[in-house]
Design a protein around this ligand. Structure first.
Ligand code: IFM
Length: 452
């Protein structure tokens, strides 16, 4: 393969991504209201070592230097999320002017550095006041979200390049309300289904609300669709993988892009969806300008051990003797290509951005340098997959590395480092890792240059 054939399209967007609770800190400064992640990290044992996002990367105070770092990487775009409770401390009502100012400065700072602005409205930090009122399972939360979305569009829409309603609604529903791993830490299937439906409703209402004030603002949603493979050739494993796909992917993709829940889900779980769900489907199914895919790892699935668990009655299999990152996620870039081909065959999807991709490796400083070659290898393999996807004429418009810098990795606290840039949490010093230099070099060539 010649170097030439490994070039990205001229208008391909490269970026780096972060999220508010993971980097901002200043959790109780300047009028910010608490969110469910403040409560979860402070009041439960749900986060490793009792870590919290109180300080995180102190980005709230260091945003200018951080934007300089992003610009120095040579990327085109910065993807970040807005903290709902920094803007609207109780999720509704009066605006917090300090919060408005912070995001004004941040967005203007991006523009001044020629960075496109990719804004996420919800990266898991529900205002605690709304959680106290029933959270996503309560219908009024969707209306409050639509108001928040419209407010963001009015405040910043003239300078935003794309607006995303939800980041990985699978995490803010299944991982957090069924598996109990993320805030608020519930383990209840009925609640989970109500939350999924509530977030879908919120998405649809938000899209409609934003269109009334900024009809041309590109709108989308970001999903962490699972790249599912049967764990064996057995029919049981294949059937389990299909059920797993309907539950973990179909519950999100089908309503958003087809306007209905997967028929098998309705058959098995329809009576556990919130009353009247059918009446919301048209409003949920809004035309979108783009969607984002966050991809990290494949999943191998077989049927559950007991066989009498609720739908989807399937379980993950951890394969032996495969390469994994420090967080334990198997590495396989071919599953990204396979997933994209599969999804575009099955759904009427708009153009896509890979809105997150990256690896947790915990290399530290040695003589002032961080040699994270495994992250470089991971990025290179996945950026080759990106070229493979583009070569298949799938409308893939861009790629964002997760993450700009090490940050608060949710239930793992600060123990897992996903950054291109190392953060010393004692001093807040930022240091480019080898992978940051590698990404910077890629930005100047816009092609993979080492042997494929
Ligand atoms: O850190 C998270 C991010 O917030 C959402 N996507 C996955 C990342 C790594 O776990």
């Amino acid at each position: 393969m010649s170097d030439n054939s490994r070039a990205y399209p001229a208008d391909f967007t490269f970026g780096v991504a972060t999220a508010a609770y993971q980097i901002e800190g200043a959790a109780s400064e300047d009028g910010r209201g608490p969110s469910i992640w403040d409560t979860f990290s402070h009041n439960t044992k749900g986060v490793l070592n009792g870590d919290t996002g109180d300080v995180a990367c102190d980005h709230y105070h260091r945003w200018e230097d951080d934007l300089d770092l992003i610009a120095s990487l040579g990327v085109d775009a910065y993807r970040f999320s807005i903290s709902w409770s920094r803007l609207l401390p109780t999720g509704e009502g009066a605006l917090n002017q300090a919060g408005v100012n912070f995001y004004n400065q941040l967005i203007d700072g991006c523009k001044a550095r020629n960075l496109k602005v990719f804004v996420t409205l919800y990266h898991w930090d529900l205002p605690q006041a709304l959680a106290d009122n029933g959270g996503w399972a309560h219908r009024s939360t969707a209306e409050h979200f639509a108001y928040y979305a419209k407010t963001v569009a009015e405040l910043y829409g003239d300078r935003i390049d794309t607006l995303c309603t939800f980041n990985e609604p699978w995490c803010s529903s299944i991982l957090s309300h069924l598996y109990g791993v993320h805030a608020p830490g519930n383990t209840d299937l009925d609640l989970t289904l109500a939350v999924i439906h509530g977030q879908h409703r919120a998405h649809g209402l938000a899209v409609q609300a934003v269109r009334t004030v900024m009809p041309d603002l590109p709108l989308g949603i970001v999903l962490n669709c699972q790249a599912i493979r049967p764990a064996s050739d057995s029919q049981q494993a294949k059937d389990a993988a299909q059920r797993h796909d309907r539950f973990h992917n179909g519950l999100f993709l089908d309503p958003l892009f087809k306007g209905h829940y997967p028929p098998e889900i309705v058959q098995h779980l329809g009576n556990r969806l919130p009353d009247g769900w059918q009446d919301d489907m048209e409003s949920i199914h809004q035309p979108l300008d783009y969607w984002g895919l966050n991809y990290y790892t494949p999943e191998y699935i077989t049927d559950s051990e007991t066989g009498d668990e609720p739908y989807p009655n399937a379980q993950r299999v951890e394969r032996q003797n495969v390469q994994r990152t420090d967080i334990g996620w198997e590495i396989d870039a071919s599953a990204l290509t396979e997933l994209m081909v599969n999804l575009y065959n099955r759904y009427p999807l708009p153009p896509c951005y890979i809105t997150e991709n990256g690896a947790a490796y915990n290399h530290g400083l040695v003589d002032g340098e961080i040699d994270d070659q495994p992250r470089v290898d991971y990025l290179e393999a996945h950026l080759q997959a990106v070229l493979d996807i583009v070569a298949k004429d799938i409308a893939l418009l861009g790629y964002f590395s997760w993450s700009l810098m090490d940050n608060f990795e949710w239930a793992e606290g600060y123990s897992m480092r996903f950054g291109l840039i190392h953060v010393d949490y004692q001093t807040q010093k930022r240091t480019f890792k080898k992978s940051a230099y590698w990404y910077q070099n890629l930005m100047s060539h816009r092609a993979l240059t080492s042997p494929g």
